[in-house]
Design a binder for this molecule. Structure first.
Ligand code: 13P
Length: 230
């Protein structure tokens, strides 16, 4: 099981250090923290695996505001999220950009958690599988034979809304994604200590990508315990 915490635009270096000092996940669960870029170094002072929230495809160049895989590696960061729905919806990321970020990060040796998911409108018009197919195939094709890729299924309508996909809805989407690519698939969208166990119990759910509930060390540790084998 892999449990990743996406902090989004929360926690500067000071709050990050405080989190790392008090966060105690159980043994036997792979945990990843994804702080904002400016807090990566502070997060790396702890014992946890640290991923960035995005990564550019070039090694260096005139790309204001972007960070390269090499820069992350120099810092000791082990991977990156790519294609989060907030990047796609608010910052115009296309499947092509997500594919390039994925490819370059994997080539440089970083791990990648690549996100896919449908909006409410797409779900209601019956397009969930089509959307997932387009997004996941772009990612899987870009990743080729590289191993360190994990897919995160994040239905956009369940992100930050308190509306979780039912375990059955999540399982159905995960099974569909696994039919497209043979990769671990995390579920993301309003995962909390109260609903983590029933989601993680589903056979095709290999872990979680947690937003809001990963900001508090106790609630994030509780979610990690729900994934723990003991
Ligand atoms: P919430 O857990 O806050 O719904 O966010 C999910 C998410 O977007 C994780 O990447």
């Amino acid at each position: 099981m892999l449990i990743a915490g996406n902090w989004k635009m929360f926690k500067g270096p000071q709050e990050t250090r405080a989190f790392v000092d008090s966060f105690q996940p159980p043994e036997g669960v792979e945990v990843v923290l994804c702080p904002p870029f400016v807090s990566l170094e502070a997060a790396l002072t702890g014992p946890h695996t640290i991923y960035a929230q995005n990564v550019h495809w070039e090694g260096s160049g005139a790309y204001t505001g972007e960070i390269s895989p090499e820069m992350l590696l120099e810092l000791g960061v082990q991977g990156a999220l790519v294609g989060h729905s907030e990047r796609r919806q608010l910052f115009g990321e296309t499947d092509e950009m997500v594919a390039r970020r994925t490819r370059s990060a994997l080539e440089s040796g970083l791990g990648v958690i690549a996100c896919a998911g449908e909006t409410l409108e797409q779900r209601e018009s019956g397009d969930t599988e089509l959307v997932l197919k387009i997004q996941v195939e772009a990612i899987a094709f870009a990743a080729g034979e590289y191993e360190k890729l994990v897919i995160a299924y994040e239905p956009v309508w369940a992100i930050g809304t308190g509306k979780t996909a039912t375990p059955e809805q999540a399982e159905e989407a995960h099974r569909f994604i696994k039919g497209l690519t043979d990769r671990p698939v995390l579920y993301g969208g309003s995962v909390k200590p109260e609903n983590a166990a029933e989601l993680l119990d589903q056979p095709s759910i290999d872990g979680a990508l947690v937003g809001g509930a990963s900001l508090d060390p106790d609630s994030f540790a509780a979610i990690c315990r729900a994934a723990s084998p003991s």
